[in-house]
Ligand binder design. Sequence first.
Ligand code: FES
Ligand code: FES
Length: 153
Amino acid sequence: MKKTITMNLNGDLRSVEVEPGDILLDVLRTRLGIKSPKIGCEKGDCGACTILLNGKVVRSCLILAIEVDGQEVTTVEGIGRNGATRLQKAFVEQNSFQCGFCAPGVVLAATALLDKNPKPSESEVKEALAGNLCRCTGYGPIIDAVMSVAKEN
Ligand code: FES
Ligand code: FES
């Protein structure tokens, strides 16, 4: 049976009618026009579909849309809403990404880390990003960008 859910999506209240089994990743991409979470493994392993749910890193391929009724969902579209953040600029400066497929998930995971821990160690950065697979870069320029922001904090 369909149900209308309402979430705070990147600062806007958005309502959408969903079936009980609809996956949040699909609803975001196909019904709400949010394309930054990517369809990767669809089983929780790659991090391409990462979003923030009430500020916490989660995999949107593993969550039912119905579960976020009344919750706060943030994607990269929301993070960059008022212009690129310091972290996003650092990723550009360090040429952190190549194909960019992993980038939205990495940006969100690193943003959540720096919000919670503004001065993480390199090992804490690696741990926070361990669930976000990148097939292009070897992670070096990604870690360097996050560390450059951490050092300024
Ligand atoms: S698509 Fe969700 S973790 Fe890979
Ligand atoms: S830049 Fe291609 S997967 Fe990370």
